[in-house]
Design a protein around this ligand. Structure first.
Ligand SMILES: [Zn+2]
Length: 133
């Protein structure tokens, strides 16, 4: 399912009417380790590149239930008080790539696409909580 989702996302980005991207590639990526907090790692689902924009991360979900029934979305946005939001912000913090796509694929034409920017305040708090022992 995830490889199908990757192809669907690639097509979505290439054919996007408002902002068509040229030569979109979604590369697999391994684990990043935080430079200072070495117990902190992130493994995003992919790295998105194209000829027109800077590199960004992507987190892909392939749920088994319809998009309208997903508890982590509200008004077509990822809720901030969810583990997915924390996970994506953590990935941006560790990798230093401050833009990420959140892509949910449930089948052809049933997809959710959202661009998330780095949330500095959120990450500062997260970091402070992680270093409290
Ligand atoms: Zn582009």
């Amino acid at each position: 399912m995830e490889s199908e989702a990757r192809l669907a996302l690639q097509e979505y980005l290439s054919l996007n009417r408002n902002e068509p991207h040229v030569n979109v590639r979604i590369e697999e990526y391994g684990i990043y380790i935080d430079k200072e907090l070495q117990f902190l790692g992130a493994s995003p689902d992919g790295l998105v590149t194209c000829d027109c924009c800077e590199v960004r991360l992507v987190e892909i979900k392939c749920p088994r239930i319809d998009l309208s029934r997903l508890s982590y979305l509200k008004d077509e946005k990822l809720k901030h008080k969810t583990s997915y939001y924390g996970q994506i912000q953590g990935q941006m913090m560790v990798t230093g790539i401050h833009k990420s796509y959140f892509y949910i694929y449930y089948g052809a034409g049933k997809e959710h696409f959202e661009i998330l920017e780095y949330d500095e305040t959120f990450c500062k708090d997260m970091r402070a909580n992680l270093t409290k022992f």
